[in-house]
Design a protein around this ligand. Structure first.
Ligand code: PMV
Length: 315
């Protein structure tokens, strides 16, 4: 083993969360300005230690969610025939944890990249996504795989569960404002709530899920034709369905309402909801500045912006 570093990005689900678990498409984008780095440094002894803002100590002693990374690393060390190798694993992240920005998948992605580099092994995208599934399943139960697909990508992704993610072109105009409620999202609980609702009342819940899928397809068409007004309408339609599914929250609704009152073309929660972050679509940079001011006034604890022209591979 040699010293090596892996990086990954925050991700934002533009549209399609929750329905993606049931086979509907979703569109998600990496935010390269919000990065996570994992560095692995070999040690002379056999200790395996982690230093990060969520957990510091012996790798084997970590509780969930970090225990997902413990399982991942243990299986990778077996794969590399290096179970007794000592190392320090240092994780530096600009992503807020449990806010729907893919923090756990971004951690897994960077750790996998660092370990492959440390063992001088070539890493394919398919192998990376397979490995990320180890920790994501430990943390979330039944992940769609969307988070890992996006935190490991450099361009926006069209994603259908069980299929290889595909790049999707974005317009050169348009800005997303991302705002944090400051409340932790609960991915596992929110996913379980939708599953329970579906089981209890399929006649009511199935149309909400297929309705989100239909809004994702309208969003894809709007992206391809640079129609930001239609894109905003599809974001609003998906928010309506997500709120009916019970995965919005008062804090999210407050920010969504503030963004719409400030003229957002569309606004919705992003990620699993019940806390976490929301996104609002602005027509241009000046409009985004107004949305940022409105969201800050409404109590957002952090606000970021992502101009579509920062996404490589736009239409
Ligand atoms: O909250 P996040 O960023 O982990 O996103 C979860 C997205 C869901 O669609 C709710 C679940 C999934 O596995 O896709």
């Amino acid at each position: 083993m040699k010293t090596a570093t892996g990086t990954s990005f925050a991700k934002i689900i533009l549209i399609g969360e929750h329905a993606v678990v049931y086979g509907q498409p979703a569109i998600a984008l990496p935010v390269p300005t919000i990065q996570l780095t994992a560095t692995v440094t070999p040690r002379a002894d056999h200790a395996q230690r982690v230093r990060s803002s969520y957990y510091t100590g012996a790798l084997a002693a970590a509780a969930l969610p970090f225990a997902g990374i413990t399982q991942l690393v243990a299986q990778m060390l077996t794969h590399f025939d290096a179970t007794t190798q000592g190392f320090d694993l240092t994780i530096t992240s600009a992503l807020p944890p449990e806010r729907g920005m893919g923090s756990s998948a971004a951690t897994a992605t960077a750790v996998i990249r660092a370990l492959y580099a440390a063992f001088d092994a070539p890493l394919t995208r398919a192998a990376l996504l397979e490995w990320a599934g180890v920790s994501e399943r430990a943390i979330h139960g039944n992940p769609s795989g969307l988070d890992a697909a996006t935190t490991s990508a450099t361009v926006p992704q069209w994603f259908v569960k069980g299929h290889a993610p595909e790049p999707i072109a974005f317009p050169t105009r348009g800005t997303l404002v991302i705002a944090d409620t400051g409340v932790r999202g609960q991915t596992k609980a929110a996913v379980a709530q939708v599953a329970a609702a579906l089981q209890a009342d399929p006649a009511r819940v199935t149309p909400l899920i297929t309705g989100i899928g239909a809004a994702v397809k309208r969003a894809a068409h709007a992206l391809a034709t640079s129609d930001l007004v239609a894109l905003g309408a599809s974001l609003n339609a998906s928010q309506q369905a997500l709120a009916t599914l019970g995965v919005s929250s008062p804090a999210l609704e407050r920010l969504i309402t503030a963004a719409r009152q400030a003229g957002a073309l569309g606004a919705k929660l992003t990620g699993s909801g019940q806390g976490g972050c929301m996104i609002a679509l602005a027509a241009d940079g000046a409009h985004a500045d107004r949305l940022i001011a409105a969201l800050t006034d409404a109590g957002a604890t952090s606000v970021w912006r992502h101009d579509f022209d920062e996404s490589e591979g736009h239409a």
